[in-house]
Structures are given as structure tokens and as C-alpha cells.
Design a protein around this ligand. Structure first.
Ligand SMILES: Cc1cc2nc3c(=O)[nH]c(=O)nc-3n(C[C@H](O)[C@H](O)[C@H](O)COP(=O)(O)OP(=O)(O)OC[C@H]3O[C@@H](n4cnc5c(N)ncnc54)[C@H](O)[C@@H]3O)c2cc1C
Ligand code: FES
Length: 332
């Protein structure tokens, strides 16, 4: 099924085998007010790594004012003027989404990947309407992925909003390695928590990690839930929850603990500050707006300066990242 292969530049922690794939939609379930879990089935999908992402081309369809699907096919006669306006507004560029989970079929005959997406604009507005059997073009797996050191025993996974999905895939990998993993998941409010809450577990307002979210408890990983408005779990930013948790758990403040983080830029910057305060290593997966995803368009640059470098340089989030050591980033 793979029809396009290219070698990406840069340093990487993940295999560089990738391509373009035709994916079939297996399911698209609503998780909360704005988030959906899209399950895609692909053939011959290469090995992937938590922190990597795919670029999805939303199909060239639009919804008209009566919510009927309009097909735009340039081989056909021109559509009415109103429909041309709709077509001109279609998302022609692919959109990046983290891999939230992966299951390989018997003998690797097929692979199912999970994408958890929040409906915020054109492409995600189209993805919201995908149904089982629909087809999507996928480019991936892209980017480097999180680094996992043999020496590390404890992992604190901090996800905010659409940064939670890569933490689910990472939680599975780390838990299978026998690491002590605690997830911190933050959302603005209860109705934006993009996780399946288990009815048999109450979500405490304190910092006690519990098996409350099915996505994490499936791998034996407890979660601390935080909402900005206090409508579920800890009242406050997820970074404040991490800070308070680390103040209570002196045993985690060691070289054997790593903080992994993904979310909005201010939240990752704040996580980086908390990790630095406790002298912990921190990897962040940047969700910089990007177009090509393969190092061509230069739309995803960040300023980067490792500790031993005299000056900063530009790095590409799509191919040099999206995962970086938080200390090496010059935050905007
Ligand atoms: C590496 C990576 C992984 C990502 N993983 C996920 C994921 O797992 N789940 C998910 O829901 N989203 C994820 N995103 C963000 C996702 O790509 C955007 O939400 C998506 O491109 C929006 O497309 P759209 O056409 O629906 O919105 P558009 O119509 O293009 O934009 C709608 C609004 O969202 C803003 N916007 C678009 N992209 C971003 C961005 N990257 N950061 C901040 N604001 C943005 C626009 O400025 C605009 O205000 C990821 C982004 C990156 C770079
Ligand atoms: S998205 Fe095009 S170079 Fe990074």
C-alpha cells in the first residue's frame, strides 16, 4: 500500500521508514464535547514510536448549509457557484496528529492506529464526520518520538488538551517496560476531558493518582486529572498539579525520573520550569503549526540552543522533533 518513501534529515530516536498509506476508518467515537477517537486501519504500516505523528489529508468533501456532503472532483463539470466557494475553503494541506495508540493484527497483516482529535477548524471539522468504511490518506509515521533510557525507573507523563493522545501511546510502552508511570492529564473543564472515565473510580480533587481513565488504566497507569475550572479532579493547571505532586514525593526527585510532556506551548514551558525546579530531565513534544511534515516548507521552525552551544540555531519541529529536551528550547 505504501506509495511514497523518502528519507528525512536530522537526528532521530525512531526508525526512518515511512510512507503514504490509504487508511480505512474503523471507528470515530465521540469522547467529550469536542474530541473524537478515530481508529484507522492500514496495511504495511512501518514500526512507530510514541511521540511520532501522522499527517492526515482530510477528504475533499464539505458540508453545505443543509449538512449534505458535497463531493469536489476536478474531473467533473464545475459545481454551482455556492459550492465552488465551499470547495475553495477546503483544507488542501495535510494536518498533523499524534499517534495515540497502535495495535498490530495477526502476522502484522494490518495495523490499527488511534487518533484523538479536537474539532477546532476546517480539517478536524471534516474528520468529525468520518464513518466506518471511509478512506483517508495518511503520511507517516513522522518525527522522532520520545527517548527512553534504560536507567530511568519513574516516568511522569504530563498531557494537556490535545497533548494527551501521545501520552497514552507512551504510557503503554513505558508500562510494558515495567516502569513506574503516573499520568497527569489536564483540560479546561470536565466536558473537555478527552478520556473515557471509568464509573467504578471516583476522581479525587486531591493529588492521588487513580485508575480513573480507561485509556491509561488499560496499562496499569494511574492518572491525576486536573481541570482549570475545578469541575473535575484537581482544581488548577495540570502543571500546578505536577508541581504539588513533586513537592510531596521526594523519592521521585532523582536522576531516575523523567518528565514527558505534550500540550499547548505555555503549558509545556511551565512544565519545563517545574521539572527544572526539581532538577528533573524533561522531554517535550512540540505541537508547532506545520504544513508538509517532512522538512520541506520550513513553516515549523523553533529556536534551539543545547547547553554546550554558544548560540542558538533554528530546528524543524517536524523532522528534528517534535520531541526535544526542554532545556534546549528557547521558548517564545
Ligand atoms: C506534531 C503535532 C501533533 C498534533 N497532534 C494532535 C492530536 O493528537 N490531536 C489534535 O486534536 N490535534 C493535534 N495537533 C494539532 C492539529 O494538527 C490541529 O488542531 C489541526 O491541524 C487543526 O486543523 P483544522 O483544519 O481543523 O484547523 P484550522 O482551520 O487549520 O485552524 C483552526 C484554529 O486552530 C489553530 N491551530 C491550527 N493548528 C494549530 C496548532 N498546531 N497549534 C495551535 N493552534 C493551531 C488555528 O490557528 C486556528 O485558529 C497536533 C499538531 C502537531 C504539530
Ligand atoms: S512542516 Fe514543513 S518543514 Fe516542518
Amino acid at each position: 500500500m505504501a506509495s511514497l518513501n523518502y528519507s528525512a534529515p536530522s537526528t532521530s530516536h525512531a526508525p526512518r521508514c515511512r510512507g503514504e498509506f490509504a487508511a480505512v476508518v474503523i471507528g470515530n467515537h465521540r469522547l467529550c464535547r469536542d474530541h473524537y477517537r478515530l481508529v484507522l486501519r492500514l496495511e504495511n504500516f512501518p514500526p512507530s514510536h510514541p511521540g511520532q505523528f501522522v499527517e492526515i489529508l482530510a477528504p475533499l468533501q464539505a458540508m453545505d448549509s443543509d449538512s449534505h456532503e458535497i463531493e469536489w472532483d476536478f474531473g467533473r463539470p464545475r459545481p454551482p457557484l455556492r459550492d465552488q466557494f465551499l470547495a475553495a475553503d477546503l483544507p488542501y494541506l495535510r494536518r498533523p496528529f499524534s499517534i495515540a495508540g497502535r495495535r498490530d493484527g495477526p502476522g502484522m497483516a494490518y495495523t490499527d492506529i488511534d487518533i484523538i482529535h479536537r474539532v477546532v477548524g476546517k480539517a478536524t471539522g471534516i474528520l468529525e464526520h468520518q464513518r466506518p468504511g471511509d478512506k483517508l490518506s495518511i503520511l507517516g509515521p513522522l518525527g522522532n518520538g520520545f527517548r527512553v533510557s534504560e536507567r530511568v525507573k519513574n516516568a511522569l507523563l504530563v498531557g494537556g488538551g490535545v497533548g494527551i493522545p501521545p501520552m497514552i501511546y507512551l504510557a503503554e510502552k513505558l508500562a510494558r517496560r515495567g516502569m513506574n508511570v503516573v499520568a497527569f492529564a489536564g483540560a479546561q473543564s470536565r466536558d473537555l476531558v478527552s478520556l473515557t472515565l471509568r464509573p467504578d473510580f471516583a476522581v479525587p480533587a486531591d493529588l492521588l493518582p487513580v485508575m480513573a481513565a480507561a485509556e491509561f488504566s488499560a496499562f496499569g497507569v494511574p492518572v491525576v486529572l486536573a481541570t482549570d475550572d475545578g469541575t473535575l479532579g484537581f482544581h488548577g493547571y495540570v502543571t500546578a498539579a505536577l508541581d504539588a505532586y513533586l513537592r510531596c514525593h521526594a523519592e521521585l526527585r532523582s536522576e531516575q525520573t523523567v518528565v514527558y510532556c505534550c500540550g499547548p506551548t505555555p503549558m509545556m514551558r511551565s512544565t519545563s520550569v517545574v521539572a527544572g525546579k526539581f532538577d528533573l530531565s524533561c522531554q517535550v513534544s512540540l505541537e508547532q503549526p506545520m504544513a508538509c511534515g517532512m522538512g520541506t516548507c520550513q513553516s515549523c521552525v523553533i529556536k534551539y540552543r543545547p547547553a554546550d552551544a554558544a548560540d542558538w540555531v533554528y530546528k524543524l519541529t517536524c523532522t528534528d522533533g517534535p520531541v526535544f529536551d526542554s532545556r534546549d528550547i528557547i521558548w517564545p
